[in-house]
Design a protein. Structure first.
Length: 190
């Protein structure tokens, strides 16, 4: 009577092992290089580069899908697309910070216009001072022709600085124009 429980135990263990093996088994599905659909319980390594699916044979449900390996060109395209996406996100975050600063600095379009006018008035005052100095320099050149070479060099420097200030004034006007437009966009979006 002792042998019957052992047979029963051995049979039960065999049944459990076979059901465990069935529970852990999967079916691989892929299309080979010739375009033929293949199913197997083992995935040939050389075929994995074409991509495959792992299927539960008891339910027919796809457990996992593995995409085919990308070509070097596809990997490069993906890298460039990811790079463009990262740059776009960086620009978006930068714009968001600029918008926050704009809203922190100004309470209205009028406050931006006031700041612009003060900044331009400051530059205009500098231009006026340099123009007055240039005018005095021209008078010195007329009164002292013997020293005109040194005065002319100084006059050229003053005129170059005046031109630089005028360019700066134009840049400031454009910058404030862009601030006003962006402030309006932000205000209209809220």
């Amino acid at each position: 009577m002792h042998k019957k429980p052992q047979r029963w135990g051995f049979g039960l263990a065999l049944l459990m092992l076979s059901s465990l093996a069935m529970a852990n088994s999967v079916t691989y599905h892929w299309v080979d290089a010739d375009g033929n659909t293949r199913f197997s319980d083992a995935m040939p390594g050389r075929e994995a580069v074409h991509g495959y699916r792992v299927i539960d044979p008891s339910t027919g449900r796809v457990i996992r899908e593995v995409a085919r390996a990308k070509t070097p060109e596809e990997r490069e395209q993906q890298r460039l697309a990811e790079q463009r996406l990262a740059e776009k996100e960086k620009r978006k975050q930068s714009q968001q910070k600029q918008d926050e600063m704009l809203l922190a600095l100004y309470s209205s379009v009028d406050s931006i216009i006031e700041a612009r006018d003060r900044h331009i008035a400051s530059i205009d005052a500098q231009i006026s001072r340099y123009q007055a100095a240039a005018s005095r320099m021209e008078q010195l050149i007329q009164r002292h022709p013997e020293s005109s070479q040194a005065y002319e060099r100084d006059l050229a420097n003053l005129e170059a600085h005046i031109a630089q200030l005028r360019a700066e004034r134009d840049e400031v006007a454009l910058d404030f124009h862009e601030r006003i437009e962006r402030f309006r966009e932000i205000a209209n979006s809220k």
